[in-house]
Ligand binder design. Structure first.
Ligand SMILES: CSC[C@H]1O[C@H](OP(=O)(O)O)[C@H](O)[C@@H]1O
Ligand SMILES: Nc1ncnc2[nH]cnc12
Length: 337
């Protein structure tokens, strides 16, 4: 109900032409949504999905989503398994990493009742064995953002909450994805593509938008970083606060700046590998979604142990809780307070 009201409110605010030119698809959706997907640089839609509704950008208490929300089924099926897709940087890549409305994006997926969030990101590699075009399922994060992004729903006066973030990704989800490791290929090269996964794989998140200096890139290697991007923070934190199992599929595009014998990364290098990575993202997503549509995995039913965790994470005494913030939080947790 919430989301229908929202959609209508936004539709009214947008010029009618904007709504109508988008597509012939309905702009409201009444069914259930199972999986949320956030597409990153070079991945503004997934061809393995058949859109059945296009919700105009959703207005949430934390702003408006970076793109319309496409609701889809897996191509070739009429299954009741539905996916909601948001383009992190907007459909025309309008939002730089610092200005992505991360809170609105995650809140919208939560409000649609997604049971897990799968995210894609183009990353640089900090290790020689992770080649451009390889994929990585990181399990740890080093936060090098500059504190200028809104990174919490629980950082307001009158509602203080501290969630656990020691394991920032869903291991169950990563293992589920890893079973399809053979679905990524590299047809233009002798070199096969690999999907890397282990519990220590670490993504460094920098502020950007400039890439790292050589010295920074070398420092991140000393820190123990394996890959680097500009978007996993605060996305992973917000998914945790929404009690949503979250995994990022990182798609390597370059070797960043640490190799003295090579030119440091440029956007041309990144773009050069996006086509192959996009094709593999589709292959991998097809396998994951087809399998989920057949049988929803246990971690999506149980929220990977996260259900209810927010109630225990609030430090503010009930009498002191801000009514205004509680009202906003109803968008995420309608039955909690
Ligand atoms: C164009 S290279 C830098 C850019 O690519 C990554 O975007 P995303 O994570 O959305 O795929 C990286 O985080 C930077 O934002
Ligand atoms: N080298 C790099 N640094 C940060 N983000 C990236 N995204 C792709 N390549 C990157």
């Amino acid at each position: 109900m919430n989301r229908i009201k929202n959609t209508l409110a936004v539709a009214k605010k947008l010029k009618l032409s904007q709504v109508m030119t988008n597509s012939e698809l309905p702009s409201i959706f009444e069914g259930t949504v199972d999986l949320g997907i956030i597409g990153g640089t070079g991945l503004y839609k997934l061809d393995c999905l058949k859109p059945i509704a296009l919700l105009p950008p959703m207005v949430t208490p934390w702003g408006t989503t970076s793109s319309p929300v496409t609701i889809s089924q897996f191509v070739g099926t009429n299954s009741h398994f539905h996916v909601a897709f948001i383009a992190r940087h907007g459909v025309n890549h309008e939002y730089p990493p610092t200005k992505v409305p991360f809170r609105a994006n995650m809140a919208a997926l939560k409000n649609l009742n997604c049971k897990a969030v799968l995210s894609f990101s183009a990353v640089g590699s900090l290790q020689s064995h992770i080649k451009p075009r390889d994929f990585v399922l990181p399990q740890q994060i080093i936060d090098r953002t500059k504190g200028i992004r809104h990174s919490s729903y629980f950082n307001d006066e009158g509602l203080v909450g501290h969630v656990g973030f020691g394991q920032p990704f869903s291991q169950e989800f990563a293992e589920y994805i890893y079973q399809f490791k053979d679905s990524i290929t590299n047809p233009e090269s002798e070199e096969p593509c690999h999907l890397h996964y282990d519990k220590d794989l670490t993504v460094v998140c920098m502020e950007g938008p400039q890439f790292s200096t050589r010295a920074e890139s070398k420092m991140y290697r000393m820190f123990g970083g394996h890959i680097i991007n500009m978007s996993v923070i605060p996305e992973a934190k917000l998914a945790r606060e929404c009690e949503l199992p979250y995994q990022m599929i990182c798609m390597s595009t370059d070797y960043d700046a640490w190799r003295d014998e090579a030119e440091p990364v440029t956007v041309e290098t990144v773009i050069g590998n996006l086509t192959n990575n996009g094709r593999n993202a589709n292959h991998l997503a097809s396998k994951i979604i087809a399998s989920m549509a057949k049988e929803i995995p246990e971690f999506m039913h149980t929220g990977d142990g996260l259900h209810g965790s927010i109630k225990k994470s609030i430090s503010t005494k009930p009498d002191a809780m801000s009514k205004e913030t509680l009202e906003k939080l109803k968008y995420l947790f309608p039955g909690y307070w």
